[in-house]
Design a protein around this ligand. Structure first.
Ligand SMILES: [Cu+2]
Length: 544
């Protein structure tokens, strides 16, 4: 009944992207044949404002091409968000000076928010509020993509607890590119529980959005050039924080609250202080932990957030403290670790940003012993304690998949249909070993003679898996046995808080408990290595 042009188009695209050509054709996996006849995403009508929705906050958000001075010399051509506050209190929208990043948006729990999104890009886009629990048609699903020159009105109530969230584009197959060229911004939610703690705020609360970019000699951004750039994810050799290169912040000798967000498309960081001081962690993706935790280092994958207590009291004026990324391995195939990174290899040692203590002050707030309370589910609360909903990571040179299938609209598996208002146990499994999937026997000779038999982790990658909708708890991690690479990251996971993105290492199985409350409809789950997402490592849950 449907023309099979979608199947042909997607096949051509896969073959072009992977460069396998006819060699691959003979071994076409079943899912690709099954995608024959899969419908194109339908075009949804423009959504306008609902006059009965009384907005406390109303924002005009525009995405458009622009130009920013990032490096010395030529300005860089970027794509960026700009926002204009139509209604709401001052401080709701704050520009970051000389940055391509979108303005910081600050919302309060309970507020009703209307956002008018204008697409001033030369192509289709749609904005997703990563971390927010909103109705399916307000979540930025690619189904609701906005064509160039058109607009969409979002209306939702902020039901989240306090936390740092992200707004960024989510169009099918072009998310990574649009984020890379600059489209992303920080979105804070505040609540009364957080306010009562008296944590450092104002000038003492620093949003720090970490990204990597690659520039040419004219200061213009370089993006994916070949198949490998897409397979492993794209990596730049310059670390930008809040869109700025070589960030150094002058600070007082007192406590600060650092709100970190990994806005890179693929790069994973192992964050630590360069003098060996442990990191004091206040919160993660879904807000504050119950109590502070200290860690020697913290892994921060794309899409993840970290709330850090940084106390500079007692440090002498003139001294410096640098946040670095420490050496680690196992997140990319060995070849990738060496080749990838365009001069700044993933897992090498490099600075991210530096604080310089420039002013002595006498008083500083105290670190609270208890930070928050939140609902904690147990296995008994889940609808399916014996039968977890599977999320199986699949890596093949043909496509990045979840549950054996690359993203297709209206391709919901029985296991992906979730009854609304239930709490579910999910199991994210990553067997590791790219050679073990996809049946691409021919590739064994094509990749430097590395064989699957050399150990799964050898050819495998780590994937930050992001689930839309409500935040989840991490119930357990089953680590790979006797894995040296795993040992270089294992102390950097914070599994005690509420999460929406979890880094899954090769060979690892992660069990999570996630509520699916309030809203029916399609909610995506996908790899937040955005190049992987665009290669198909994305699926929908149909909450019904
Ligand atoms: Cu991935």
């Amino acid at each position: 009944m449907f023309a099979n042009s979608y199947g042909d188009k997607s096949r051509r695209r896969f073959l072009t992207q992977t460069g396998l050509g006819l060699l691959a054709y003979a071994g076409l996996p079943g899912w690709l044949q099954a995608m024959e006849g899969m419908p194109e995403m339908p075009k949804m009508p423009e959504r306008r404002a609902d006059p009965t929705f009384k907005a406390d906050v109303e924002i005009e958000l525009r995405c458009q091409p622009g130009s920013v001075a990032i490096m010395v010399g030529e300005p860089t051509r970027v794509w960026q968000y700009s926002a204009h506050l139509l209604h709401g209190s001052a401080g709701t929208v704050t520009e970051i000076p000389s940055s391509y990043l979108g303005p910081i948006i600050r919302l309060h729990q309970g507020q009703k928010v209307r956002i008018h999104l204008y697409n001033g890009l030369p192509e289709t886009s749609i904005t997703h509020w990563h971390g927010l629990h909103v109705p399916a048609d307000m979540d930025g699903h690619p189904l609701y993509a906005v064509a160039s020159g058109e607009k969409r009105v979002y209306e939702f109530e902020v039901v989240n607890r306090a936390g740092l969230n992200i707004y960024h584009p989510h169009p099918h197959e072009t998310t990574a590119k649009q984020v890379y060229y600059g489209l992303a911004g920080a979105l804070f939610v505040h609540d009364d529980e957080e306010a009562a703690l008296g944590l450092p705020s104002g000038a003492y609360e620093l949003p720090l959005v970490i990204q990597d970019r690659l520039f040419d000699a004219q200061n213009q951004l370089i993006y994916v050039r070949n198949r490998h750039d897409r397979m492993a994810g794209f990596y730049g050799d310059r670390i930008l924080v809040n869109g700025w290169a070589d960030l150094q912040v002058d600070v007082d000798s007192r406590a600060y609250r650092l709100r970190l967000l990994n806005g890179s498309t693929a790069r994973i960081y192992k964050l630590a202080w360069d003098d060996g001081t442990p990191l004091t962690v206040l919160g993660v993706d879904g807000g504050l932990l119950e109590r502070p935790e200290t860690k020697p280092y913290v892994m921060l994958a794309p899409g993840e957030r970290l709330d850090v207590w940084a106390d500079f009291s007692g440090r002498a004026v003139g001294t410096e403290l640098t946040m670095v990324s420490l050496p680690f391995s196992g997140v990319l195939p060995m070849m990738g670790m060496m080749m990838q990174g365009n001069g700044l290899p993933v897992g090498s040692h490099y600075p991210v940003f530096t604080f310089k203590i420039t002013r002595k002050v006498s008083d500083s707030p105290k670190l609270p012993a208890i930070l928050s309370h939140f609902k904690r589910y147990t296995l008994q609360d889940t609808a399916n304690p014996e039968k977890p909903v599977p999320i199986a990571i699949g890596e093949s040179p043909m496509a990045m998949t979840l549950n054996g299938r690359p993203y297709a609209y209206n391709d919901v598996l029985p296991s992906e249909r979730i009854p609304v208002n239930t709490v579910q146990l999910l199991e994210i499994s990553h067997e590791g070993g790219m050679m073990g999937h996809g049946g691409m026997g021919g590739m064994r000779h094509g990749m430097g003679g590395m064989r699957g038999g050399m150990g799964g982790g050898m050819m495998s990658m780590a994937h930050p898996i992001h689930l839309h909708g409500q935040q989840f708890q991490i119930l357990s991690r089953t680590a790979p046995a006797h894995d040296e690479a795993y040992a270089s990251v294992r102390d950097g996971f914070i599994d005690s808080g509420l999460k929406d993105t979890v880094l899954v290492m090769p060979g690892e199985t992660v069990r999570i408990i996630k509520p699916f409350q309030d809203f029916k409809g399609l909610f995506m789950y996908h790899c937040h290595n955005l190049e992987h997402e665009d290669m198909g490592m994305m699926r929908d849950f149909l909450v019904e």
